[in-house]
Design a protein around this ligand. Structure first.
Ligand code: FE2
Length: 336
């Protein structure tokens, strides 16, 4: 929230004239020290000045809602299709017609009515202790196998990543199978869900958990840079990309959208198109050790070292549609 204040001051200075020739207001829940380079390159190429507001995703959604038609926001950037669905439900996004975006971004990674576009992807995978697990789970369904009783660690079911994972299971297998899965995984937990994805990986290193579910970039980050309690021990952690023989591994996106009341709509579309350029793609994905959304572009060395896999090709809008059912199932099966 502290980071928000200087950016807000800029917008207050703009006053009522949120629409200004050559300006763009970006609300983003992604923040990296290296962001400047990404935004400056856009400004250099187009002459459009970028004003950024950075905060937690749900704060930004609440803010967009409160500002309504007076919102200065042009572009909304966040992670997880489930969060974009929350924004969509509140009427905060508008459709975009762009041949560039339709050509560059695979269909599964964008909203069917072009309300948002995946800019980079991450996979939600199974990690395991190489020295303690001889036969790691190969599918999401395996996580519910009693053979892994007392071994599995995962963050809260109500975190958006797990809601989206369960939403994908609902889409593929129906609610009944999804409920059985939630029950089975809960019965296999080594401990009550706690912490974030990094904490699940650390718990493999400390010996508390033999198997963990987390997004790919959490391990890649520890390989590429210093993560206390993890870097230096990443060799102990094995990775399984689940469901390679069936539906493919569950992936999700960092995504960008044009805000419903964007005062600088044309600039917003230009910015989204810019994010799909080769250089911006590699930069945007590389910042968070994700995969570029545009096919054929390289991920970073640390990400590539995790291995290749086949991704689930489900259109990610399905994750939003099944979000409420996923929440209900986690609630009814007693998840924390
Ligand atoms: Fe994350």
């Amino acid at each position: 929230m502290k980071r928000l204040l200087p950016a807000l001051a800029v917008l207050v200075a703009i006053g009522g004239a949120a629409q200004a020739e050559g300006e763009l207001n970006v609300y983003s829940s992604r923040h990296y020290d290296t962001d400047d380079q990404l935004y400056n390159a856009f400004t250099e190429a187009t002459g459009i000045k970028v004003n950024r507001i950075e905060a937690e995703a749900d704060e930004l959604i609440a803010r967009l809602e409160a500002e309504g038609a007076n919102s200065p926001a042009d572009v909304f950037i966040t992670v997880d299709a489930g969060r974009m669905w929350r924004a969509e439900q509140k009427g905060l996004l508008q459709p975009v017609e762009s041949a560039v975006l339709e050509e560059r971004i695979p269909e599964a990674l964008r909203h069917p009515d072009n309300l948002w576009f995946g800019i980079s992807t991450r996979a939600r995978v199974i990690f395991y202790a190489k020295d303690r697990v001889e036969n790691p789970p190969q599918t999401y369904a395996d996580l519910a196998d009693p053979a892994y009783k007392g071994k599995v660690c995962i963050r809260s079911g109500f975190n958006i990543y797990n809601l989206s994972l369960l939403a994908s299971i609902i889409e593929h297998e129906g609610e009944e199978a999804a409920r059985a899965w939630a029950e089975g995984v809960k019965a296999n937990l080594a401990r009550e869900p706690e912490g974030g994805d990094t904490d699940q990986l650390k718990a493999i290193v400390s010996g508390q958990c033999d198997i963990a579910v987390a997004n790919t970039y959490y391990l890649a980050r520890a390989i590429a840079s210093q993560v206390d309690g993890l870097t230096g021990s990443t060799d102990q952690i094995g990775i399984v990309f689940p469901n390679q023989e069936t539906t493919g591994t569950h992936v999700n996106v960092s995504a960008a959208a044009v805000a419903a009341h964007a005062p600088n709509r044309d600039n917003a579309v230009k910015f989204l198109e810019y994010l799909t350029s080769d250089s911006a793609q590699e930069y945007f994905a590389g910042q968070n050790n994700e995969y570029p959304a545009v096919p054929g572009l390289a991920a970073t060395e640390a990400v590539t070292s995790l291995g290749a896999f086949r991704a689930d090709e489900l259109n990610l809008a399905a994750l939003g549609r099944n979000q409420a059912a996923a929440e209900r199932i986690f609630t009814e099966t007693g998840w924390k």
